[in-house]
Ligand binder design. Structure first.
Ligand SMILES: [Zn+2]
Length: 1051
């Protein structure tokens, strides 16, 4: 009667009525008869095979009933009985999906049994079910080890090859896939990977995959093979002596326990490139939770970072500095002072040359004289021009370490001279004697780039101080950049690009003889980072302001591995790059791999291209950065990352960002960058040029806020309108204008922030009626570059203290974080004199999201996002913080309201935005994030972002401020409608926003186009093997890292 059970629904009912238990008991009873009835056993197993998959508790029930052994014994006795074999295997397959059963079955020899059944091509009838069972059993590490011990890895490989060869009509994909699944599970353990390598598994899977590639339907096989190969690929160490930055800066004092102390107080002999040993394979044990899914972690962390302590969301009466102390900032606010009228009159009398105030030009002369002369000697050569017709030859010159600039009307002459005694370039041959020069026509960009001046740029460079004492000027910074007029769409990803790149990487192992491994640039060689060569390799250089390239290794004829330098006084944080390439051939495709990327994903997988600048193009009248690169891909590679630089986590790998490109010109000098460079010297040049835009109506003052650790000046700008007259009324209006406080570039790698700032500054200095109204409405205080040292030295995120300056706002150290200390001082001063700014905004760049958006601070929205209970009186809050972003979303095409967030996170407690909001009391305190990639909405949808759009954003920010003024001024209050809109908008979005950090990421970064299994961490079992309390979330250091690098909220 049992046979009548059939059909999905009826099975379901059967299960829900406890039918499974009955069947299992029947099975036990039947097994006790001797001999058991074969017919009954067959029927019972056929039924169990139907019922099992429908019953989630089937595995547990079977174990508790003691049914496992019944089936196993039956199977062992009937291996030749094809009739009984299949239902038994089917039941076994269901048993095995339970991890405890898998261990128990393994002990009873079922792994061995399955290997007997799984066989070559001819045995196809039984092997699929057996394979599935085997695959499930091998998820247990004990079973995997058992399989390795019995030499099943080579056997499996041989069987796989047999199927691959014979299944020419591709009719048994599932079996082939099942075999690979077994291999995949075995290679989850270290022993398995070892056995796989010893059995020549890499070559076997590489060859079979290559043969499968042309048949698209075989992709699952190729993908699984690729996953296994990546996992088994022996981990390499980065080709570096240490991951500490190639440059070290001696701090005035090193706080104990700080990052620099940790970095340099490691015991001698510690190899920070790889971990000494993390072989804890022996301790690995099977656990009930045998999950291999690291994605699970994501759910736990979703809302972890939201501030739930209401006290930390309330305004904080900070332990602000005493007003007596803050009075030093008086001098930066002369326009607010009582005796301003007198000063202004003096200023008028002196014909607006800022004579009463230290001017920008004056402070440029401040640096120590000896350094000035030392640097200028390096840069400027006073020899006269020599006519030399061959531009190309000169261009070769340009790549050498010593360059000389000579200026002559619209030409610059570059010389290479060897007679400089103590030159860095001892390798130069005597044929260079006397110096050769060639005429180089500087593109006449005066019309296109009114605020760029190459001569002035070089002047500015002389005053810029870098830790490596750079003496060269990169051409793009010298010539300037004119935004191209053509559109630059997001790059469409080519199908299979990641796979093909990974296969090329695997070929390194399979065909080691093809690998050159030739070091051609190396900052760790003290005397000369450029290694001279026979002309068979490209030449690299990054010894200039904002440059970042530590090492270049030619791996194949046209392929280079590049290693980025860590931020100074740190051992990671690299992402920004800027380097020069020369010696290229036209018509050759070069592949570049940046092999020590740290983030787990990148916009390079979603349409972003690198930037390239060609000097040949520049001198042909097209000085510009253009988006370049094909076959761009970002993926986890086989270079292991030391736990020292990975927040204590072991077994992490670096990521590769790869791109390919062609060069259009022979003998060109080209530059590649992560994003449009904007150096500190560029800022100084730009600020100097802003002076030229001054009119009698504009009040512009440039002060030096402070000196940085590295000896660079941090500029502070004041922009507003001159009072209409010296009448009391006008002076009073002038003095009482609300303040707007802006800053940018605390993170040096976020160069887009500087371009947005450039747009803001130029708009503010403009002649449009809007600009005049804006100046009349506000006093602007602007710190355009909060981290000059980081910018100069090619850092990505930190200052010379090895710290992220945007995590120092709670208690900045005057010595170590002077720019933050004094910027905060200015704001504290303003708070003291009751002149808290109306708006504070810090400009940033975002590497993992598209569009431009803002982060603000709202108690209400923070509470909404968390589950804390708060009475409504806690939640009284003006919605004004929403107005500015709302206006921006209406007027700025790149701006996207949906990406904005107003939630206060714990990890952001010491950022400018949160501290200025909470301690200074600025309600409209923002981080404005601009994409490094492009837009996926609005007018620029589908396009990569360029400097034009970024500058436009900066201008539109100003326009929005003007609208904000109209809404917030007493007269403007009649416009209630807008605030109502804001309110309703707020209500709408309230439910949509899940978490500020995760929800946008998912929307913005769809899953990979190709299957990428990031659980292919080669020692994931090492993490699993340990007690689960070593979960990453118990590690605050790591949590902090996650908040930066994983969750995307990057202010
Ligand atoms: Zn940032």
């Amino acid at each position: 009667e049992l046979l009548t059970v059939g059909g999905g629904r009826r099975v379901g009912v059967f299960v829900s009525k406890g039918g499974t238990g009955l069947l299992l008991q029947k099975l036990i009873t039947a097994s006790k008869e001797s001999p058991p009835s074969e017919e009954l056993m067959l029927q019972l197993h056929s039924l169990l095979a139907k019922v099992g998959p429908k019953d989630r508790k089937f595995g547990v029930k079977a174990r508790l009933n003691g049914a496992l052994n019944v089936t196993v014994n039956l199977l062992k006795q009937n291996l030749q009985n094809t009739k009984l074999l299949l239902p038994c295997l089917q039941v076994l397959r269901v048993y095995s999906t339970n991890s405890v059963n898998a261990i128990s079955l393994g002990k009873n020899g079922v792994v061995e049994l399955m290997f007997k059944i799984v066989g070559p091509y001819s045995k196809k009838n039984t092997s699929l079910v057996a394979l599935d069972t085997l695959g499930a059993l091998l998820k247990s590490k004990t079973n995997a080890r058992r399989a390795v011990d019995r030499a099943h890895v080579p056997a499996l490989l041989a069987v796989y090859q047999d199927w691959h060869r014979n299944d020419t009509r591709q009719r048994h994909m599932l079996i082939r896939k099942g075999l690979l699944a077994c291999l995949r599970n075995i290679t989850n353990i270290k022993l398995g990977r070892k056995a796989f390598i010893e059995a020549d598994g890499m070559r076997i899977l590489y060859n079979t995959s290559t043969e499968c590639l042309p048949v698209r339907t075989l992709d699952p096989l190729v993908n699984t093979s690729s996953l296994i190969m990546r996992k088994c690929f022996p981990k390499n160490r980065l080709p570096l002596p240490t991951i500490k930055s190639a440059f070290r800066y001696q701090l005035p004092h090193v706080p104990a326990g700080g990052p620099v102390a940790q970095l340099y107080n490691q015991p001698p002999g510690v190899d920070d490139v790889v971990d000494e040993s993390d072989d804890n394979e022996e301790t690995e044990a099977d656990t009930e939770n045998d999950t291999e899914n690291e994605e699970d972690d994501k759910d736990h962390r979703t809302n972890d970072d939201i501030e739930t302590d209401l006290n930390k969301l309330r305004p904080k009466e900070s332990q602000s500095r005493l007003f007596e102390e803050l009075r030093v900032y008086d001098r930066f606010f002369v326009e607010l002072s009582e005796d301003f009228q007198v000063r202004i009159l003096m200023g008028f009398a002196l014909n607006h040359t800022q004579a009463t105030i230290p001017s920008y030009q004056q402070y440029l002369l401040l640096p120590v004289q000896s350094i000035m002369s030392a640097m200028s000697k390096e840069i400027i050569c006073m020899s006269g021009p020599t006519n030399h017709p061959k531009v190309p030859k000169y261009l070769m010159r340009a790549t050498r370490a010593c360059k000389r600039f000579v200026h002559c009307i619209s030409f610059i002459y570059l010389f290479h001279s060897v007679n400089t005694g103590g030159s860095d370039c001892g390798s130069e041959g005597p044929e260079e004697e006397g110096g050769e020069g060639a005429v180089l026509e500087v593109p006449d960009t005066a019309l296109l780039l009114p605020l760029h001046d190459p001569d002035l740029y070089v002047e500015m460079v002389k005053g810029t101080r870098s830790v490596p004492h750079y003496s060269e000027v990169a051409y793009p910074d010298y010539f300037g950049h004119v935004a191209p007029t053509f559109r630059e769409p997001l790059l469409e990803r080519v199908y299979g690009v990641q796979r093909s790149k990974i296969f090329q990487d695997i070929e390194r192992l399979i065909h080691p003889n093809d690998i050159l491994d030739k070091v051609i640039y190396d900052l760790d060689i003290p005397s000369c980072p450029v290694i001279d060569d026979d002309g068979e390799s490209l030449k690299f250089n990054s010894q200039f302001e904002s440059g970042n390239l530590r090492k270049a290794v030619q791996v194949r004829k046209h392929e280079y591995d590049l290693v980025l330098n860590s931020d100074i006084n740190s051992n990671h944080y690299h992402q920004w790059f800027y380097f020069e390439v020369s010696g290229m051939r036209v018509g050759t495709t070069y592949r570049f791999n940046i092999i020590n990327c740290e983030k787990s994903n990148s916009q390079f997988n979603y349409g972003m291209q690198v930037l390239m600048y060609s000097v040949q193009e520049a001198i042909s009248g097209r000085p510009r950065w253009v988006r370049t690169g094909t076959d761009i891909c970002y993926y986890k590679n086989h270079f292991s990352r030391s736990s020292i630089a990975a927040g204590g986590q072991k077994g992490k790998s670096y990521y590769t960002m790869t791109f390919s490109t062609n060069f259009s010109h022979k003998d060109d000098v080209c530059y590649f960058a992560y994003h449009y460079p904007y150096t500190y010297s560029t800022l100084k040049m730009h600020l100097s040029k802003l002076e030229a835009l001054r009119t009698p109506q504009i009040y512009l003052r440039q002060d030096v806020l402070c000196e940085t650790l590295g000896g660079n000046s941090c500029p502070l700008l004041t922009i507003t309108a001159m009072p209409e007259s010296t009448s009391n009324d006008h002076i009073c209006q002038f003095r009482n204008r609300p303040l707007i406080f802006l800053s940018a570039r605390v993170h040096p790698g976020e160069t887009n922030a500087s371009w947005v700032m450039k747009g803001t500054l130029e708009f503010l200095m403009g002649t449009s009626p809007l600009a005049s109204s804006l100046r009349e409405a506000y006093i602007f205080k602007i710190v355009p570059m909060l981290n000059p040292d980081g910018v100069v030295n090619g850092n990505h995120r930190c200052s010379l203290s090895g710290e992220d300056l945007n995590r120092q706002w709670q208690s900045p150290n005057p010595e170590l974080h002077p720019t933050i200390y004094h910027t905060k001082g200015l704001l504290q001063y303003l708070a003291h004199i009751q002149r808290t700014p109306l708006v504070f905004c810090d400009y940033h760049g975002h590497s993992r999201k598209k569009n431009v958006f803002m982060y603000g601070c709202s108690v209400k929205e923070t509470v909404w996002q968390s589950n804390i209970n708060a009475t409504s009186c806690d939640l009284q809050e003006d919605l004004g913080y929403r107005t500015l972003p709302k206006i921006l979303s209406q007027i700025a095409p790149a701006f996207n309201m949906a990406s904005c967030s107003f939630v206060v996170e714990r990890s952001k407690a010491s950022t400018a935005r949160v501290v200025v909001w909470r301690e200074i009391g600025v309600q409209r305190s923002y981080t404005m994030e601009s994409t490094l990639c492009g837009c996926d909405q609005g007018k620029y949808k589908g396009l990569q972002i360029g400097t034009r759009e970024l500058e436009e954003m900066g201008a539109q920010f100003c326009v929005a401020l003007l609208r904000l003024r109209r809404l917030t001024s007493p007269l403007g209050l009649r416009n209630h409608q807008h605030l109502l809109d804001v309110e309703s908008d707020l209500m709408e979005t309230r439910c949509k926003v899940a978490s500020p950090t995760t929800y946008v990421m998912e929307e913005d970064e769809p899953s990979f186009l190709e299957e990428v299994d990031y659980s292919a961490e080669s020692n994931e079992e090492d993490a699993d093997a340990d007690d689960h309390s070593t979960d990453v979330f118990d590690n605050p250091v790591h949590l902090d890292q996650l908040s930066d690098s994983e969750t995307n909220h990057r202010d």
